[in-house]
Design a binder for this molecule. Structure first.
Ligand SMILES: [Zn+2]
Length: 276
């Protein structure tokens, strides 16, 4: 088999809570795939969630990653990239590909929205009505119009193989939030392109988001990476590990004197057992 191209991967945590085992696994997968291909592993701090962002946590993340034995190159944090989000949103707006939505979550639920692959599928209430300018508006992707512009698209997951873009499970997702200059979908797609990421690694819980990201790459003329969605660590009940379920923070384990390199190796073994 041909050697894989040197991959550029990234780990992009948000400094609004400590890192846990699931984050460690994501970082290790990204790090190892870059290193074994002779490529680069990037760290990007996703710190645009204003009031919830705590700068001191970014420093904690760096200590955690070093403790796990990882080496990285740090690229600019999201808070330095707001102009690029605004420019992309403006370009999409000018082409009529996003529309304002003033709905609250309650209104979306009341409109009979069904659960999709990533929360409720927006029922399109605001698509055909002028928005009330007095209310704060988010901007949503007009997925039907986007699809008409892009035509059929395929994205490639290293594990699951080629995937035909299908936005039906996502619906008209938010690209510009009411309270922030970009949603996760828009920011991460632009950042990955700006950073030259060629292999997007993340947990399988974000698999469906890649349909949106591939669509945005086509609409905005961005380079299209490859994806690698890895299996998730589960707790003994088969639930995704989450901090609310009591998984200890990496920083706690580090400060308690646990051997981070050993933990990283244990996670690598566990990861193999997930078949991914
Ligand atoms: Zn709406």
């Amino acid at each position: 088999m041909a050697q894989p191209a040197p991959f550029v991967t990234r780990f992009a945590p948000s400094p609004n809570g400590s890192l846990h085992l699931g984050h460690a696994l994501s970082a290790i997968v990204a790090h190892d795939l870059a290193r074994t291909s002779g490529g680069r592993f990037l760290l990007r701090i996703e710190d645009i969630d204003g009031p919830r962002s705590r700068p001191e946590l970014a420093e904690e993340f760096r200590r955690d990653l070093a403790w796990l034995g990882l080496e990285w190159e740090e690229v600019p944090a999201q808070s330095t990239r707001l102009a690029s989000y605004a420019a992309a949103a403006e370009a999409l707006r000018a082409r009529g590909l996003i529309y304002p939505c003033t709905c609250t979550r309650k209104e979306i639920e009341a409109a009979g929205a069904v659960e999709g692959s990533d929360g409720l599928i927006y029922p399109g209430t605001c698509k055909h009505r002028p928005p009330d300018p007095a209310k704060p508006a988010a901007w949503r992707l007009d997925s039907a119009k986007a699809l008409a512009e892009t035509g059929p698209l395929i994205w490639d997951d290293a594990l699951a193989g080629p995937q035909a873009v299908d936005l039906s499970g996502n619906g008209d997702v938010v690209l510009v939030r009411k309270d922030l200059p970009a949603s996760y979908h828009l920011a991460v797609t632009l950042d990955d392109a700006a950073d030259g990421v060629t292999l997007v690694t993340r947990g399988a819980d974000l698999f469906a988001a890649s349909h949106v990201h591939c669509t945005l790459q086509a609409l905005l003329g961005l380079n299209v990476p490859r994806w690698h969605h890895h299996g998730l660590l589960l707790d003994p009940d088969g639930q995704k590990l989450a901090k609310r379920r009591g998984s200890p923070a990496l920083a706690e384990r580090r400060l308690a004197g646990e051997d981070g390199h050993k933990l990283a190796d244990a996670l690598r073994v566990q990861h193999l057992s997930l078949g991914t």
